[in-house]
Design a protein around this ligand. Structure first.
Ligand code: SAH
Length: 509
């Protein structure tokens, strides 16, 4: 929480490439209590969000309707009024066709303060990634950003004559559906049918697709290629620059998707390096979005212990997430906080700070070691290995009860998503970074799925110990990168030698 008072930050997530969020944006995101995010935001940005933060998805509902704007406004204000730091994470830049004005005004009218953290807008970024700078001294002095779709769903009522004759480069957002109308209006007011046009779909993602044509033939080409939204449409001479300047689509891993089988948040240094290398090569990384879950049996056990919370003299929390689950379980069971008479102990600084924020006076573990008496009943909540803790300090600590309040699991939807990618031939490589990534994979998917999933996919192991664990499951890697070559540069060079059996799907027209 942000010093007690709630606040809303409208943060630009950038157009897709997860590294195109600003430093400020990432910083605010990592502090958020609640994140309300948009359909076009790259889900990889979720890794910057605190695990105990609440995530609210405000994109299209399953019935393809948007969550009404009033409802979004209400959600923002509701959480901010509870003193929370709310991030409204929007695709691209929040101020460019992003309704930030409406949402900010609503906050203001309810006495909620806000900030706007700009982002990289897709009109500029998708163009740049397609090799089309939106201005060039030899080609244009003006550029306009135009919406191809208004609130009512109709094509916008704009001064087409002025656009056609007066502005050299036109960038349309949300224009794919109304492209025939846009084409017709520009031709009608005198733009040449030879004017080059580009559509860039999923710009700055590895799956970016670019379609080129001219004002005369673009509608036909879009229909033929069944080119769909989300895309920006560029009209103007700048589009020709792409012939020379297309830099992103020529990267070696462009259009390639690489699975790193681990949870999105549990990246060690090596995982992070691999991720950087793949993205640097133009590829897209997929991890598992994990969900937090407890089995019924665990839930019962937690309930039984929390019902007797009064018996403990001390409660030791291993981490801040455990702490927040403790209070969630407490609330769910309708227990009264006053039934706790125990002193609180936090194992790390974040946990101690979070306990203080909730109005408790917690002990740091090392200070607590001097206070705890051998006969005290101690409840240990958390994930770290208790034996190590018991041996810590001079005294021998005995935890009366130890409980883990949550477990991260890979959801069934997530498993289906990966299977679908493989079926669609949209997965190109899997990299097992350490033995635990092999185990995680087999736990989630079962042993018999390996061949069907990875039939056409390059299987890479980092390190021979990872390879042996994989072989233990009866599976073979196409490429094993030895322990001596695990620096970024060698990984980058070696990964490019992996045998790709499927071409990337991206249409190159
Ligand atoms: N605030 C956003 C725009 C929101 S309107 C921004 O600044 O980018 C939604 C439209 O943005 C889409 O219909 C599409 O035209 C465009 N758009 C958003 N992300 C895009 C992407 N990655 N590639 C191409 N167009 C994109």
């Amino acid at each position: 929480m942000d010093g007690g008072g709630g606040k809303v930050y409208f943060v630009g997530a950038g157009p897709g490439d997860p590294k195109l969020i600003t430093i400020r944006g990432k910083e605010i995101l990592s502090r958020a209590d609640v994140v309300v995010f948009d359909r076009l935001v790259n889900s990889r940005l979720l890794k910057y969000i605190r695990e105990d933060a609440e995530q609210i998805y405000c994109g299209k509902l399953p019935d393809k309707h948007d969550i009404p704007q009033d409802e979004i406004n209400r959600i923002l204000v509701h959480h901010a009024k509870q003193g929370k730091l709310v991030v409204r994470l929007k695709g691209g830049d929040p101020s460019v066709f992003g309704r930030v004005g409406e949402e900010a005004e609503f906050c203001l009218s309810h006495g909620i303060t806000f900030e706007i953290v700009p982002g990289v807008t897709s009109g500029i970024a998708a163009s740049a990634y397609a090799g089309i700078p939106v201005t060039h001294r030899d080609m244009n002095t003006t550029v306009a950003f135009i919406t191809g779709h208004t609130k009512t769903g109709k094509a916008p009522d704009i001064n087409w004559e002025y656009l056609a004759k007066g502005i050299e480069t036109l960038v349309f957002y949300m224009g794919v559906t109304n492209l025939p109308f846009i084409q017709q209006q520009l031709l009608r007011y005198g733009r040449s049918s030879e004017t080059p046009v580009a559509l860039v779909r999923w710009g700055t993602f590895s799956k970016q697709e670019t379609l080129i044509g001219n004002l005369g033939n673009i509608v036909e080409r879009v229909e033929k290629a069944q080119f769909k939204a989300p895309a920006i449409i560029l009209v103007g001479e700048n589009v020709r620059l792409r012939n020379k300047l297309a830099w992103f689509e020529t990267k070696p891993f462009f259009g390639k998707t690489v699975l790193l089988p681990r949870g999105i948040r549990n990246a060690g240094d090596l995982d992070q390096n691999i991720e950087d290398v793949i993205e640097e090569l133009g590829g897209e990384v997929v991890n598992f979005q994990e969900v937090v879950s407890v089995s019924e049996e665990e839930e019962n056990q937690i309930r039984d212990i929390l019902m007797q919370i009064g018996r403990f003299r001390w409660i030791v929390f291993s981490d801040v997430i455990t702490m927040s689950y403790f209070f969630r379980h407490f609330k769910k069971l309708s227990l009264d906080i006053r039934s706790i008479s125990a002193g609180f102990v936090g194992l790390d600084g974040r946990c101690i700070a979070a306990l203080s924020d909730r109005g408790f006076i917690p002990f740091a573990f090392s200070d607590w070691l001097d206070r705890v008496m051998p006969e005290d009943e101690v409840l240990y909540l958390g994930s770290k290995n208790m034996n190590d803790l018991s041996k810590a300090g001079s005294r021998h600590i005995k935890f009366s009860v130890s409980l883990s309040l949550y477990r991260r699991v890979i959801s069934d939807e997530e498993i289906d998503k990966i299977k679908q990618l493989s079926e669609d031939k949209a997965l190109h490589m899997v990299v097992f970074t350490d033995p635990s990534s092999v185990t995680t994979f087999f736990q989630a998917f079962g042993e018999h799925h390996f061949d069907s999933l990875f039939q056409d996919i390059a299987v890479v192991c980092l390190g021979t110990s990872t390879e042996s664990v994989l072989e233990g499951y009866g599976c073979k890697a196409d490429l094993t990168i030895s322990e001596e070559s695990l620096d970024k540069q060698s990984i980058g060079e070696l990964l490019q030698r992996a045998p790709f059996r499927i071409e990337s799907l991206t249409a190159k027209i």
